[in-house]
Write a protein that binds this ligand. Structure first.
Ligand SMILES: NC(=O)C1=CN([C@@H]2O[C@H](COP(=O)(O)OP(=O)(O)OC[C@H]3O[C@@H](n4cnc5c(N)ncnc54)[C@H](O)[C@@H]3O)[C@@H](O)[C@H]2O)C=CC1
Ligand SMILES: O=C(O)[C@H]1O[C@H](OP(=O)(O)OP(=O)(O)OC[C@H]2O[C@@H](n3ccc(=O)[nH]c3=O)[C@H](O)[C@@H]2O)[C@H](O)[C@@H](O)[C@@H]1O
Length: 479
C-alpha cells in the first residue's frame, strides 16, 4: 500500500507517556545513527543518541561529529544548544527517555558473507529489560529478512512480562557524503509494521519529515507494508545499485576490448529514462561499509531460504573485485613493467602517487575502500607508494598501517612515475594538470574513477588512462 502523506492523520499522541510528539532514541551513533539523531533533533524531536563507545558519545556531547559528513557539525552544534539533543551510554536512561527506539547499530559481514547480528542482539537485550511501558522498537540497520521476528522473540524473552514492545522495520537509504539532506528530505520512507498502533507510531516519529516536506510543497511517498517486505526493500535496493555498477563496469571491460568508450556509452544509455543516468559511472568499482557486505549477506540469506536465483550476486561481487586488479594491470602496462605474471607484475623501483583512500568522496569512511585495496595490491607488487586523501587519512592509517601516507596531494605526487586517482574528490578533479606536471617525475595518470577531463591532461602532455574509456569528456553526475 502506498499512501500520500496527507491521507493519514499523523502525530496523534498515542504513546503511554502522553506526549503528542514521541521522544526518540537512536541506538548506535555511527554514520547512520548519529546523523539520524542529529537531524531528527533538527526536525524538532527530543532525541537521545545511545552508544556503547564512550569516546564517541563524549565527542558528540562536546559537539564533535566523530566522522566526516558535510554539514553535520553545524546541525549538531545548533541542536546541542537547543537542549533537544543528548547522548548517553546508559540504557536505563534510554529506556526511561524514549517512546520510539531506533536500532542503528552495525551489521557487519560475518563468516561466509552472513550478516553478523551480534550488535543488534546486544542493543535489544541491553534496552528492553529496562522498559516500564509500551514502546516501539524500529529497526533501521540493514538486516537479513526475518530479523524483525527474531527481535520480537528477544523482546518476549528479555522485556518485563507486563510491558508490550512493538517491533517495526523502517530501512534507511541515506548515502554518506549526502546524509543530512537524505535524512531530512528522503525520496521515500518505508514502514514495515504489523499493527495500526505501530503504523501510527511510525507516522508520529516521522511527522517532522512530513511537515518539512509539506512546508516545502513536496510529498514524501510512504510505503506501508509488512516487516519482511520492508527488510527486503533495503537489501534489494542495494543489490540493484551494486548490479547497476557492476553492469557498467563489465561494459567498461568490453569497451577496453573493443576500443569503445564507456563514458559515452553510459551517457547514451542513461538518456533512456527506463535505465537512468545515475550509478552508471564505470571505474574501480563499489566499496564502503554497505554495498559489498549487503550483497553477500543477501546472497547468503537467499541460500538459507533455498532461493538459488540470487546466485548472480556472486558474479556482481566478482566483477567488482576484478576492477581492483584491472588498475594494477593498467599501472604495470603504463609503467612498462615486466607483466609476465599479470596478477603480480614487478613494480619495484616505481614511485606511485595514490590519490584517495576513502571509499568515495565527501566521507572519511575507508571500509572496503577500493582505493586502499588497490594501494595494497600495488605495494604488494613492489611499488613505492604515497597515499593522500583529503579527509580519510586518519581512518586509512588505522585500517591500512602498512601503507605510506602523504600530508598533501603535492607530497604524494612528488617524483612520482605514475599518479592514480582512486577517489573522485573535488580536490583531485580540480587539480591543474600543468602544475602537477612540475611535481611528478613522469606525467602518467590513471583516472580509476573516470572523473577527470582527459583532454585537459592529454593537452599538456600527460599520458592519460581511464577505465574503459579512451578520452571522452567527463559527465559530472556521480550520485
Ligand atoms: N553508513 C550508511 O550510510 C548506512 C548504513 N546503514 C546500515 O546501518 C547500520 C549501521 O551502519 P553505520 O552507521 O555505517 O555503522 P557504524 O559502524 O558507523 O556505527 C555502528 C555504531 O553502533 C555502535 N554499537 C555497537 N554495538 C552497540 C550496542 N550494543 N549498543 C549501542 N551501540 C552499539 C557502535 O559503537 C557504532 O558507533 C548497518 O546495518 C548499515 O548497513 C544503512 C543505510 C546507510
Ligand atoms: O546501505 C547503505 O549504507 C547505503 O549504501 C549506498 O550508499 P553509500 O555506501 O554511502 O555509497 P554510494 O554513493 O552508493 O556509493 C557506493 C560505492 O559505489 C561507487 N559508485 C557509485 C556510483 C557509480 O556510478 N559508480 C560507482 O562506482 C562509489 O564510488 C562507492 O564506492 C546506497 O547508495 C545508499 O542508498 C544506502 O543507504
Amino acid at each position: 500500500m502506498t499512501l500520500p502523506i496527507h491521507s493519514r492523520a499523523v502525530g496523534t499522541g498515542t504513546f503511554p507517556s502522553g506526549t503528542t510528539r514521541p521522544r526518540l532514541t537512536f541506538i548506535g551513533t555511527g554514520y547512520l545513527g548519529a546523523t539520524y539523531a542529529i537531524c531528527f533533533a533538527e526536525l524538532g524531536y527530543e532525541v537521545l543518541g545511545v552508544d556503547v563507545d564512550t569516546d564517541k558519545i563524549e565527542n558528540l556531547r562536546s559537539g564533535v561529529v566523530p566522522f566526516h559528513e558535510p554539514g553535520l557539525d553545524e546541525v549538531l552544534h545548533r541542536n546541542l544548544d537547543s537542549g533537544r539533543l543528548g547522548f548517553t551510554t546508559d540504557f536505563a536512561e534510554a529506556a526511561a527517555f524514549g517512546d520510539v527506539h531506533f536500532i542503528c547499530v552495525g551489521t557487519p559481514q560475518g563468516p561466509e558473507g552472513v550478516a553478523d547480528l551480534r550488535y543488534v542482539e546486544a542493543a535489544v537485550t541491553s534496552l528492553v529489560p529496562h522498559l516500564d511501558r509500551k514502546v516501539m522498537l524500529v529497526g533501521k540497520s540493514t538486516v537479513p529478512v526475518g530479523t524483525t521476528e527474531w527481535i520480537r522473540d528477544l523482546c518476549r524473552r528479555f522485556a518485563p512480562t507486563d510491558v508490550a514492545v512493538e517491533v517495526a522495520w523502517s530501512p534507511e537509504f541515506l548515502q554518506e557524503g549526502h546524509a543530512v539532506e537524505d535524512v531530512l528530505r528522503p525520496d521515500r520512507v518505508v514502514f514495515g509494521a504489523s499493527s495500526d498502533w505501530a503504523i501510527d507510531a511510525l507516522y508520529a516519529a516521522h511527522k517532522g519529515v512530513f511537515d518539512l516536506a509539506m512546508n516545502e510543497d513536496r510529498e514524501v511517498p510512504v510505503v506501508i507494508t509488512d516487516v519482511a517486505t520492508a527488510e527486503l526493500v533495503k537489501v534489494a535496493s542495494n543489490a540493484f545499485l551494486a548490479t547497476k555498477i557492476s553492469f557498467i563496469n563489465a561494459m567498461a571491460t568490453m569497451c577496453d576490448a573493443a576500443g569503445a568508450d564507456v563514458a559515452q556509452l553510459a551517457r547514451a544509455m542513461g538518456y533512456d529514462e527506463r535505465i537512468g543516468s545515475k550509478f552508471l559511472r564505470a571505474g574501480v568499482g563499489f566499496g564502503g561499509g554497505c554495498l559489498p557486505k549487503d550483497i553477500r549477506a543477501f546472497a547468503a540469506r537467499a541460500e538459507q531460504l533455498g532461493v538459488t536465483d540470487l546466485r548472480f550476486l556472486g558474479e556482481i561481487d566478482a566483477i567488482n573485485r576484478r576492477r581492483r586488479t584491472r588498475v594494477v594491470e593498467l599501472a604495470a602496462a603504463l609503467l612498462g613493467c615486466d607483466v609476465s605474471r599479470p596478477t603480480q607484475p614487478d613494480l619495484s623501483g616505481r614511485r606511485i602517487a595514490v590519490l584517495g583512500a576513502a571509499f568515495k568522496p565527501n566521507t572519511d569512511d575507508v571500509r572496503d575502500s577500493p582505493a586502499l585495496a588497490v594501494a595494497s595490491l600495488l605495494q604488494g607488487c613492489g611499488a613505492d607508494l604515497r597515499v593522500y586523501d583529503p579527509a580519510g587519512l586518519q581512518n586509512a592509517q588505522a585500517a591500512a598501517p602498512h601503507l605510506t601516507y602523504a600530508k598533501s596531494l603535492e607530497d604524494a605526487a612528488r617524483d612520482a612515475d605514475l599518479v592514480c586517482v582512486l577517489t573522485a574528490w573535488d580536490e583531485f578533479r580540480n587539480v591543474e594538470p600543468a602544475a602537477l606536471a612540475g611535481v611528478v617525475r613522469q606525467t602518467r595518470i590513471i583516472d580509476a574513477m573516470n572523473c577527470l577531463d582527459p583532454a585537459e591532461w592529454i593537452g599538456v602532455g600527460w599520458t592519460y588512462r581511464g577505465l574503459g574509456r579512451y578520452g571522452s569528456p567527463t559527465e559530472p553526475e556521480l550520485r
